[in-house]
Design a protein around this ligand. Structure first.
Ligand SMILES: [Zn+2]
Length: 282
């Protein structure tokens, strides 16, 4: 079956019978990804380049095919052993220099590597876990516990009030950086409830007309950011003082420093700017 543009990535668990010479290797040292840098672009090393270092790789997994090209991931403990062949750069730092599709495969890769590292032993009985055949999972040979890679969903929401957007400064942001509200989903909560709760907790505002926007993987360390738009309902801005130090309403022509457009936060703010401009035309 030809997937073409419909699915750019076909995940797989079992290793192919033959390793293609074109295969891409997503090799990590901690949170750092091995890349070859040319001009401003960062590229993933191919099979030929990584082959030399095969004895230094551990936790090798097959990921699937990116537009027909095999993708593997592995960990390398000694990041200095590769000389000038490729460099290890923090995934978050290198993200804007990677092709978006390459970033999304890197995001899969690092989460599988970390899951493997963090789930060596059974959380119930302490036995050594084994990989489960045919599934991205581990199984305990003693008690049968099954472990899947953990994904932690979080909401991210653009709250608007007419031609204004609510942007907040989180204490973990760089000075002067503002973004939309975000937070992890609690067990038992729906996305919509989480949007209401996070906005209320962080800035003391009630929202309405919550609408799904789009989602984005965020592998720092294992989030799935689920984006929403919402409209202001009532309340005065009151930052919680714990996570949020300051929050304000901004118009599209007077935005502070905001996240890059490759992030879903940046895309939500871009949506607000375009939507507001369109309103002007109508
Ligand atoms: Zn067990």
């Amino acid at each position: 079956m030809e997937h073409g543009e419909y699915l750019y990535f076909i995940p797989a668990v079992e290793f192919p019978e033959e390793e293609s010479t074109e295969a891409l290797w997503f090799v990590f040292n901690g949170n750092k990804l091995a890349v070859e840098t040319r001009n401003d672009k960062a590229e993933i090393p191919s099979n030929a380049k990584v082959n030399e270092y095969r004895d230094k790789l551990k936790s090798v997994f097959y990921l699937g095919e990116l537009r027909g090209i095999q993708c593997y991931t592995a960990e390398m403990d000694n990041a200095t052993a590769v000389g000038e062949d490729f460099k290890f750069i923090d995934l978050k730092t290198i993200m804007p220099s990677l092709e978006p599709e390459i970033f999304f495969v890197s995001a899969r890769a690092i989460q599988i590597i970390n899951w493997d590292k963090e789930h060596k032993y059974c959380g119930c009985c302490g036995a050594l876990m084994k990989l489960k055949r045919g599934e991205r999972a581990k199984v305990c040979p003693e008690c049968g516990l099954i472990n899947y890679p953990r994904i932690s969903p979080a909401i991210i929401v653009a709250v608007t009030r007419g031609k204004e957007i609510l942007l907040a400064h989180n204490k973990n942001f760089k000075p002067g950086m503002y973004s939309v509200i975000a937070g992890f989903v609690d067990p038992g909560e729906t996305f919509e409830e989480c949007v209401k709760r996070e906005v209320m907790e962080e800035v003391g505002i009630r929202v309405k007309n919550i609408k799904y926007f789009r989602s984005q993987t965020w592998p720092f360390p294992n989030s799935l950011m689920v984006g929403f738009t919402a409209e202001y309902d009532s309340g005065e801005i009151s930052p919680d003082g714990v996570e949020i130090e300051e929050a304000n309403w901004y118009t599209a022509d007077n935005l502070p420093s905001i996240p890059s457009k490759v992030t879903i936060a940046g895309k939500l703010i871009k949506w607000f700017v375009e939507n507001t401009n369109n309103k002007d035309v109508v």
